[in-house]
Ligand binder design. Structure first.
Ligand code: IPM
Ligand code: MN
Length: 361
């Protein structure tokens, strides 16, 4: 009997449902080709449900999600909902509750995709950012007093413990080892820790020592490098070819992965995974709900298809994942642009063509 993977799907808001549909179309084609099955269960969490019922995500949903092999999310966000409610109530709640402690963000410029970096091409922009996904400022430690007065005080603390740092670093070192074995070009580059240890002398020191100790003791063959976050921002733009695996804490990672998205061709192509290597992971396109494009069949589904491709790999179907990626590359060559409304084809066309390429390969 062929294997069946159970996927929880949250299409979400705006263009979320449109791009998720294309992702599913493509991985269904891959499943048929490689002889496994994908079973989807849809959940309606998002702005519409919140605006109707006041509910973001009940605890019972988390228990439900634990039963799945993986999760696929479209987008969360709506102009009528105050910022923070859906982000914290849905996205961050899932990340924390399912302990998805790795945010995996490939930054790869595919051929025929435009980058704002003049003189840089696909051979220069091909790395992965590992963002720690459950700690740091995102833990919500801190508070505010005397709110609304001239003496108002607010704190928001960067919180890290050694275990949280170590498990993230381990994932990054393991990934680096795999990539080095895959490609000599990767092997020539270091694994880079990004932090701000010249100022964040406690958290930065914890990350740095943990990185140096783990590297020296368990991965002595891997070259190690360290960049301050501000300098790393500069190098991502000026010398992206220096990077292969970059690992960093949560907020720095949030910021620098958006920079990564821009240099790889924009939000239309940037995909990410919220990964619990021992549990249930969730894959998502990085672009938001893009309400102004919703329902027009013009949004680029490439990032969602890329997220679904990453999901196949994590499920244990690397061949299917590689075929989807090759098909994506083929169709990117046929597209005029990766920007919504300028692709030279519709949202559904992109999905159809990639699914077709998958079947043909
Ligand atoms: C991301 C997003 C989220 C984050 C928001 C929506 C809470 O920006 O996935 O990078 O800050 O992590
Ligand atoms: Mn972000």
């Amino acid at each position: 009997m062929s294997k069946t993977y159970n996927i929880a799907v949250i299409p979400g808001d705006g263009t979320g449902p449109e791009v998720v549909a294309e992702g599913i179309k493509v991985i269904n084609a891959a499943a048929t080709k490689y002889g496994f099955k994908l079973a989807y269960t849809e959940f309606d969490f998002g702005a519409a449900r919140y605006l109707k019922t006041g509910e973001t995500l009940p605890d019972s949903a988390i228990d439900e999600f634990r039963k799945f092999d993986s999760m696929f999310l479209g987008a969360i966000g709506h102009p009528d909902v105050k910022p923070g409610i859906l982000e914290m109530g849905i996205l961050l709640k899932i990340r924390f509750a399912l302990d998805q402690y790795i945010n995996l963000r490939p930054v790869r410029l595919y051929p025929n995709v435009e980058t704002p970096l003049r003189d840089k091409g696909p051979e220069d922009i091909d790395f992965v950012v590992i963002r720690e996904n459950t700690g740091g400022i995102y833990t919500g430690h801190g508070g505010a007093t005397r709110v609304g007065t001239a003496d108002e005080i607010a704190t928001q603390l960067m919180v890290y413990d050694r275990r949280t740092v170590d498990r993230c670093l381990k994932y990054a070192f393991e990934l680096k080892r795999k990539r080095n074995a895959l490609n000599r070009k990767y092997a020539a580059k270091p694994i880079t820790l990004i932090h701000k240890r010249n100022v964040l002398t406690h958290c930065g020191d914890l990350w740095y020592r943990a990185f140096e100790e783990m590297g020296a003791q368990q991965y002595p063959e891997l070259k190690r490098d360290y960049n301050h976050i501000d300098a790393a921002n500069m190098w991502f733009v000026k010398n992206p070819e220096w990077f292969d695996v970059a690992v960093t804490e949560n907020l720095f990672g949030d910021i620098i992965t958006d920079l990564g998205a821009m240099i790889q061709g924009g939000l239309g192509v940037a995909s990410g995974g919220n990964i619990n290597p021992e549990g249930v992971s969730m894959f998502e396109p990085m672009g938001g709900s893009a309400p102004k494009y919703a329902g027009k069949n013009v949004i680029n589904p490439m990032a969602a298809i890329g997220a679904a491709m990453m999901m196949l790999d994590t499920l244990g179907e690397p061949k299917a994942s590689q075929t989807v990626e090759a098909a994506m590359i083929e169709v990117m060559k046929q597209m005029k642009s990766q920007a919504a409304g300028h692709m030279g084809m519709s949202t559904t066309d992109v999905g159809d063509r990639i699914a077709d390429q998958v079947s043909k390969r």
